[in-house]
Design a protein around this ligand. Structure first.
Ligand code: NAD
Length: 263
């Protein structure tokens, strides 16, 4: 299937690691021109070095900082003269006691995973209108459909699904589709890195980290394994492709069958 992404400018936030990195690599295979944002500049630099045959623009961006986002989008337009696809992917998660869940963490997570995607959509709309075409993919989560006990994460990801549906209706008249991807657990640094979900799961279960990570997959995921980042990236690439352009306002589960909800 011809995906029609060659020469399109694709913005991916949180592109230095995990799903964002795999997403950038997947668009590169389709011949897209990449514009990658992350707070981790070294990670972006390494990815740019890896993608030698692709046009890659990288910038250190804190997506929670409005100024930083606007500057980045201005630079992307200056670099490529068009913006076609936006993948709002930057995110994080934290397992914390619901009885004492700190307000500042909730606010930080909202800034990162809810306000930032809205900000980027708003920044890109004028460029999509200029093209007469555009596509947005918001990286939500299965925990936006089914509670995972992560409070801020679950509720913000549910909101990500709803902003996707609202913007799907708003943007369709100017030929832009907006969808959410809802991954189940994916094997990325979000689980493996120090202080991240693997360690938090280990602390919660009393199991050693590797054992806790494996146990979680075996007991929760029908396939018995985590998704590979590229399995999520493929969904993002498809939803923003030309043949999928009429798909609008969906929240696509890519979770190996873990969530039973059809919403
Ligand atoms: P990851 O930790 O590997 O990558 C997240 C990236 O976001 C990192 O490169 C990080 O530097 C960047 N980032 C964090 N804060 C930022 C900020 N303020 N500004 C710019 N960049 C920032 O995580 P991942 O697993 O690849 O997750 C990517 C997305 O997928 C997140 O939105 C996450 O919620 C979602 N998701 C992940 C899983 C999973 O199991 N890994 C499941 C469902 C959804």
């Amino acid at each position: 299937m011809e995906l029609g992404l060659e020469g399109r400018t694709v913005i991916v936030t949180g592109a230095a690691s995990g799903i964002g990195k795999a997403t950038a690599e997947a668009y590169a295979k389709e011949g897209a021109n990449l514009a990658l944002a992350d707070i981790n500049y070294d990670g972006l630099k390494a990815l740019k070095d890896e993608l030698k045959d692709t046009k890659v623009y990288i910038e250190k961006v804190d997506v929670t900082n409005a100024e930083s986002c606007k500057t980045f989008v201005d630079h992307v337009y200056k670099e490529y003269g068009r913006i076609d696809v936006l993948v709002n992917n930057a995110g994080t998660a934290k397992i914390m006691d619901l009885a004492t869940f700190p307000e500042d963490v909730f606010r930080k997570h909202s800034e990162l995973m809810l306000y930032a995607p809205v900000r980027f959509i708003q920044l890109c709309i004028p460029y999509f209108k200029e093209n007469g075409w555009g596509s947005v993919v918001n990286m939500a989560s299965m925990f936006g459909k089914q509670p995972g006990g992560l409070l801020s994460y679950d509720s913000i990801k549910a909101a990500d699904i709803m902003i996707s549906k609202d913007y799907a209706n708003y943007c369709a008249p100017f030929n832009v589709n907006v969808n959410a991807v809802c991954p189940g657990p994916v094997d990325t640094p979000l689980w493996r890195a120090k202080g991240q979900l693997g360690d938090q799961l280990s602390e919660a279960t009393g199991m050693e980290k590797e054992e806790a990570i494996k146990w979680y997959a075996k007991t929760n995921i029908p396939f018995g394994r985590y998704a590979k980042p590229e399995e999520i990236a493929n969904a993002a690439v498809f939803l923003s492709s030309e043949p999928a352009h009429y798909i609008n306002g969906v929240a696509l589960n890519v979770d190996g069958g873990m969530v039973k909800s059809t919403y």
